[in-house]
Design a binder for this molecule. Structure first.
Ligand SMILES: NC(=O)c1ccc[n+]([C@@H]2O[C@H](COP(=O)([O-])OP(=O)(O)OC[C@H]3O[C@@H](n4cnc5c(N)ncnc54)[C@H](OP(=O)(O)O)[C@@H]3O)[C@@H](O)[C@H]2O)c1
Length: 263
């Protein structure tokens, strides 16, 4: 496995962007706008479980797209996807780790396997894919990781999700430092609520809290902000004044105080 190799023989004549979860929500917009920011790419590799949705995304993009249907939590499907990367050895200019899931509700109410699945997709799959793509990345490449504003504070009623996004946030900031020497840029994207199918899927046991609704953002706006921040070299992208203020509040106030106010 390439996972153990630090470098790979890269085919510099094939420059690509990889976008996970490209079939819906923010992933579609990451795919639509990839070429505006990663100007040198020849191909987009769109990854998700549902191939029809990936084709739909691809149909709106004026570049070569490879649609790769893979459940990132399924070892066999994941290895097959990585096999394509190893065989092709593309020059990966942009990796957007966007795929993710969330389930709202108290920890004990959510099935244990669902809690584990959240950690598997949001943390393990993202870590694995980053490690497997890094040997194919070089000076000027970008990694954009979808975290969330949920990363800033523990969230009762969304505990595993918030913890998983804290992991992504922390990992991204550390990687951003480590990779600075190689001029590979890493950005953690931390929006509040975004109007995508994610919310409906997350509301399996509990509805979204009302106080979050006024902060609902449009997927396209969040993605454009994320790209602008990433291509300015910022290691964190927070969309909207409300979430920026929330981030500052979580830095200056004790967690316990904020939790008592909202939960
Ligand atoms: N919407 C929000 O309020 C919000 C806020 C902050 C952060 N986020 C984060 O933003 C990211 C994108 O979410 P979204 O809001 O755009 O929701 P979404 O439309 O539900 O998108 C999630 C994507 O993840 C993919 N995915 C899920 N499980 C997968 C798996 N096992 N293997 C491969 N792909 C998988 C899905 O692909 P398939 O459809 O093909 O399965 C889907 O395209 C997520 O990481 C989410 O945690 C969302």
């Amino acid at each position: 496995m390439i996972r153990n190799n630090k470098t790979a023989a890269v085919n510099k004549s094939l420059k690509i962007a990889i976008i996970t979860g490209a079939g819906s929500g923010m992933g579609r917009y990451f795919a639509y706008y990839a070429g505006h920011f990663a100007k040198d790419i020849d191909e987009l590799w769109l990854v998700g479980r549902d191939k029809r949705k990936l084709y739909k995304t691809a149909s709106r993009i004026n570049k070569n797209c490879k649609c790769i249907s893979a459940d990132l939590s399924n070892t066999k499907e994941y290895e097959a996807f990585i096999g394509v990367i190893i065989d092709t050895a593309p020059d990966i200019r942009l990796l957007v780790n966007n795929a993710g899931i969330g389930i709202m509700g108290d920890f004990a109410r959510i099935k244990p396997e669902e809690n584990e699945h959240m950690a598997e997709i949001n943390c393990v799959a993202l870590t694995r894919l980053t490690a497997d793509c890094l040997p194919f990345m070089s000076r000027g490449s970008h990694i954009i990781n979808m975290a969330s504003a949920a990363a800033f504070l523990p969230q009762p009623g969304f505990a595993v999700y918030a913890a998983s996004k804290s992991y992504v946030y922390s990992l991204s900031k550390a990687l951003s430092r480590e990779l600075r020497k190689k001029k590979i840029y890493v950005t953690a994207v931390c929006p509040g609520c975004v109007d995508t199918p994610f919310i409906g899927r997350a509301e399996k046991y509990e509805k979204m809290k009302d106080y979050k609704k006024p902060f609902m953002a449009e997927a396209r706006d969040v993605v454009l902000q994320a790209y602008r921040d990433a291509y300015c070299g910022r290691n964190v992208s927070v969309y909207g004044a409300g979430m920026k203020m929330f981030r500052v509040a979580t830095k200056v106030l004790p967690d316990e105080l904020i939790l008592r106010m909202f939960f």
